[in-house]
Design a protein around this ligand. Structure first.
Ligand SMILES: Nc1ncnc2c1ncn2[C@@H]1O[C@H](COP(=O)(O)OP(=O)(O)OP(=O)(O)O)[C@@H](O)[C@H]1O
Length: 528
């Protein structure tokens, strides 16, 4: 602009015009290329961060799901994908553009010190606008985000019980709750949004006004013959370029606040996970299991659920855990397989703490059947092989051990039948027996079964008893919790848990014939 005004228009040189045009276009091509490189760099950075954090975030999500429920855990996975989106958005490059402001300011000073002064004052005014914008909107944006995260996680938790919602007409009540949860989030969102929009509009008109003021200053200087008309036009454009990044930062401030909040959540989630597990894979040997003065209280709750439980088991022993409802049996099972962190004491297998044990190597030789059976999204084969590609021989061996091989063979797609939350292809009993096969995959040496016969008919129950006997013959330690006492006949030892304490423990025959006579639960076991 400067050169065309000052050289071409005065000299009317066609060659100069051609050269200037070519130069300007070449510079713009370079600009385009650099812009592309920068975008690609951010894209690569976003992907690299996701690749690097995927595994730790998933691990922490699993841990958070164990502690606080599934819906909250899914948030860190959402946060990670939003972080990637943020890194590829235009919001992220604005501060980098703002870093060029000294160059633009220098150019303005070169054109005329007055332009430089206008530039400096404008930058200071826009930075102040940014600070005011931050003060006005940051808290509201955070609140809205937090409220929204909680609303979504609560409703996502409810959606898992869609059948109960549909059957018992709970949808209107659920919709009311959803609306109430959303009202708070929307209120904060709208208040923050309007303030931010007001600030954005204000700074935009301010920027245009500054450009007009620069042009007016330029006109005065031209009249004064202090600069050329070309310099006047160039200064207006330079001031525009100088201020655009600050304007963009103010416009996208909300995205920055949300990205930082998301990053903090990811950091906190990963921090929790990293602190508690060992990272060295530890192979299993055929040692015994020792539960030593085990105490467990839910963090923040004073009264423990498990209150000083101690016992030990040798390879090839089957322990039956019985006791009234809410005695802490499932909590004990979770502690045994290292899902929960003991408040004090510990569970030791081959002398190693099962909670601290590196999960990959621990899981290789451990089978766990949780009380609420859930198969993962995938085929039956993948589920039995614990979502690995898995040796088909081992998959079939586990299926035979759980006596589900024939049942699977009768399914339309056999081992390739898709299962998981989205598929209603299997009955409750079938799911439980496939979960048992998953539990028995790779000949585990510790098997913990929480209510393994809850959904089974007598045929399934007999198959389960045979599977437990085979595991015992292979030298595994089997611990089973059951309300229905029919499978307790296979137990070598019995543990009676009452109110988080062991009330009786020992060989099954001793306990059933002990004086004074057995309690209600034991009477059931004895008569089974
Ligand atoms: N995460 C938790 N937060 C608070 N309380 C909990 C938590 N998990 C378990 N509890 C409480 O601990 C007690 C024992 O629960 P647990 O599920 O271990 O009992 P259980 O013996 O397996 O019962 P059931 O036989 O009915 O399955 C219950 O009173 C339960 O409310």
């Amino acid at each position: 602009m400067l050169q065309i005004h000052d050289r071409v228009l005065n000299s009317q040189s066609f060659d100069t015009l051609t050269m200037l045009t070519l130069l300007a276009i070449s510079a713009l091509v370079v600009y385009g290329l650099l812009d592309l490189i920068r975008s690609l760099a951010f894209q690569a950075m976003g992907s690299a961060i996701v690749r690097r954090l995927n595994a730790p975030v998933l691990a922490s999500a699993v841990q958070a799901s164990v502690n606080q429920g599934l819906s909250r855990a899914a948030q860190s996975l959402r946060d990670l994908s939003e972080l990637r989106g943020f890194l590829t958005s235009s919001a992220v490059v604005a501060p980098l553009d703002a870093a060029w402001s000294p160059i633009f300011l220098g150019a303005l000073f070169l054109l005329h010190p007055l332009f430089g002064l206008v530039g400096v004052v404008s930058v200071v005014v826009l930075i102040c606008c940014g600070l005011v914008n931050d003060i006005l909107t940051r808290q509201l944006t955070k609140e809205a985000n937090q409220a929204n995260v909680e609303a979504v996680s609560k409703i996502a938790g409810s959606l898992r019980h869609a059948e109960a919602i549909e059957a018992m007409g709970m949808l209107p009540a659920l919709a009311r709750r959803w609306r109430t949860l959303q009202i708070h989030a929307l209120g904060a969102l709208e208040a923050g949004g309007s303030r931010s929009k007001a600030m954005t509009s204000m700074t935009r008109s301010l920027r245009y006004s500054i450009q007009v003021i620069t042009l007016a200053t330029g006109a005065l200087l031209v009249l004064d013959q202090a600069i050329t008309p070309g310099a006047m036009m160039a200064s207006s454009i330079l001031v525009g370029r100088l201020l655009i990044p600050f304007d963009t930062i103010i416009e996208n401030w909300r995205q920055w606040v949300l990205a930082v909040a998301g990053w903090r959540r990811i950091e906190a989630a990963i921090g929790e996970e990293m602190a508690i597990r060992q990272t060295t894979p530890t192979p299993h040997s055929a040692g015994e299991m020792i539960v030593d003065k085990l105490v467990y209280a839910v963090p923040g709750v004073e009264v423990p659920i498990i209150k000083g439980v101690s016992f030990s088991l040798s390879p090839g022993e089957v322990l039956g855990v019985v006791g009234p409802s809410a005695a802490g049996k499932s909590t004990l099972a979770r502690l045994l397989v290292g899902i929960l962190k003991p408040t004090s004491g510990g569970v030791f297998l081959d002398g190693h703490n099962t909670y601290l044990w590196e999960r990959g190597s621990f899981g290789e030789k451990v089978g766990y059947l949780p009380q609420s059976v859930s198969l993962l999204e995938g085929t039956i084969r993948e589920n039995i092989a614990r979502m690995e590609d898995g040796d088909p021989h081992k998959v079939i061996e586990a299926a035979r051990l759980a006596e589900v091989h024939e049942m699977i063979g009768r399914l339309p797609l056999g081992y390739d039948t898709p299962v998981g939350d989205g598929h209603l292809t299997l009955s409750g009993g079938q799911r439980q027996r496939i979960a048992l096969a998953r539990c028995l995959y790779n000949r585990p040496r510790l098997v913990v079964l929480d209510e393994p016969n809850a959904n089974l008919d007598s045929l399934g129950e007999r198959a389960l008893v045979r599977a437990i006997q085979r595991m015992r013959d292979q030298g595994a330690i089997v611990i089973m919790i059951a309300h229905r006492p029919s499978i307790m006949q296979v137990a070598d030892k019995l543990l009676v848990l009452e109110n988080g304490r062991i009330s009786q423990f020992g060989p099954r025959t001793d306990i059933l014939t002990a004086v004074p006579g057995p309690g209600e639960t034991l009477r059931e076991v004895a008569s089974a």
